[in-house]
Write a protein that binds this ligand. Structure first.
Ligand SMILES: [Zn+2]
Length: 110
């Protein structure tokens, strides 16, 4: 399962950054074009992070809409790669935003 391995990578990243401190909360930003299934990802991240850092961790997952730049010069929001440009109906565009998953913030107990 793709979502489970992503959750594991985020856990490792948090673990590396926290330096042994307790993690209070974390915010993860998920692009709409990153290929994750939101329900599956929410479930996996919740399970993996709580198992690693305890039940009290506050997990915020923000889903961000994608953005594409078309060869026709328009920038448009995109949440589905199978939809063409709404201006010229072309598929020749560059994804500007929304293809990635970021660990946005972590808050630790000092
Ligand atoms: Zn276009």
């Amino acid at each position: 399962m793709h979502e489970l391995s992503l959750a594991g990578e985020i856990k490792d990243l948090i673990d590396e950054k926290r330096g042994g401190s307790t993690v209070q909360s974390t915010t993860i930003e998920v692009g709409a074009l990153s290929g994750v299934v939101p329900d599956a990802f929410n479930f996996c991240i919740d399970t993996v992070l709580k198992e690693a850092f305890g039940d009290k961790i506050n997990i915020n997952v923000i889903y961000q809409q994608g953005e594409a730049l078309c060869t026709c010069g328009k920038i448009y929001p995109v949440d589905d790669l199978f939809k063409p440009c709404p201006f010229c109906n072309g598929y020749n565009r560059k994804i500007k935003k929304g293809a990635e998953i970021f660990l946005k913030t972590i808050e630790i107990d000092n």
